[in-house]
Ligand binder design. Structure first.
Ligand code: RET
Length: 252
């Protein structure tokens, strides 16, 4: 098993940050009784709890492997992808539930997301040539572009049924998500995985840690900040569901 180098400082900071985030969300959610609100807490708590375990695994060298490419050896933290595989669909679910998106939208987003992470993992582990790795990166990026397109479309459709406050929260979270998620492939291609070697492993690990903490703990803080907004969102989803379930009158 490969041993983490000096970059482990960032992995420990990530472990602590994710753990504190998890504890804060658990403490805040403990007294929440409304099942619709609990749903957002359950999802968000799992997001940071999974990341906290993944960061601990990376900091202690379990999540690290060496990939040999020609005569170069790359240190690849594969545990990131295990983390993202579960946590990125959960982040999308948080946002989709807030917006009251349809099941088909949720399946599409999660499907594209899983495809994006798995093809990114293949790109990180492939040993045939740097060019092939970059092709996998391109495939993964294409999935991200489709994902963001469907996300923006679904959220703007949902906006018509939302109250002003819920719409503004959805918009803030959507903008955070777009900016942060687009940064990941940039760090990847500039970092160890991209083999171009512009960003050394030490700085790449720091960059991913800041992105992960903002995309998970930061996102969770913004989402769970106001219980009254979450209440409004739940009420809107209930109204939409009732309207869908009510049979049309025979005059239709
Ligand atoms: C990879 C591989 C290269 C191409 C693309 C990628 C996208 C990754 C993303 C990750 C998001 C992670 C989040 C984690 C939360 O803490 C896999 C780096 C497009 C978008 C939000």
């Amino acid at each position: 098993m490969a041993q983490p180098g000096p970059e482990s400082i960032w992995l420990w900071i990530g472990t602590i940050g994710m753990t504190l985030g998890t504890l804060a969300f658990v403490a805040r959610g403990w007294s929440v009784k409304d099942p619709e609100q609990q749903r957002f807490y359950i999802i968000t708590i799992f997001i940071t709890a999974i990341a906290s375990a993944a960061y601990f695994a990376m900091a202690t060298g379990f999540g690290l492997t060496e990939v040999t490419l020609g005569n170069a050896t790359l240190d690849i933290y594969w545990a990131r992808y295990a983390d993202w595989l579960f946590t990125t669909p959960l982040l999308l679910l948080d946002l989709a539930l807030l917006a009251g998106a349809s099941r088909n939208t949720i399946y599409t987003l999660v499907g594209l997301d899983v495809f994006m992470i798995v093809t990114g993992l293949v790109g990180a582990l492939v040993t045939s040539s740097p060019a092939i790795r970059i092709v996998w990166w391109g495939i993964s990026c294409a999935a991200l572009v489709f994902l963001l397109y469907f996300l923006v479309k679904a959220l703007s459709e949902a906006a018509t049924q939302q109250s002003e406050r819920v719409r503004s929260l959805t918009k803030t979270l959507r903008n955070m998500l777009i900016v942060l998620w687009v940064a990941y492939p940039i760090v990847w291609i500039l970092g160890t995985e991209g083999t171009i070697g512009i960003l050394p492993l030490y700085w790449e690990t720091a960059a991913f840690m800041v992105l992960d903490l903002t995309a998970k703990v930061g996102f969770g803080i913004v989402l769970l900040r106001s219980h009254s907004v979450l209440d409004e969102a739940a009420a809107q989803v209930r109204t939409a569901e009732t309207a869908e379930a009510t049979p049309r009158s025979s005059a239709d």
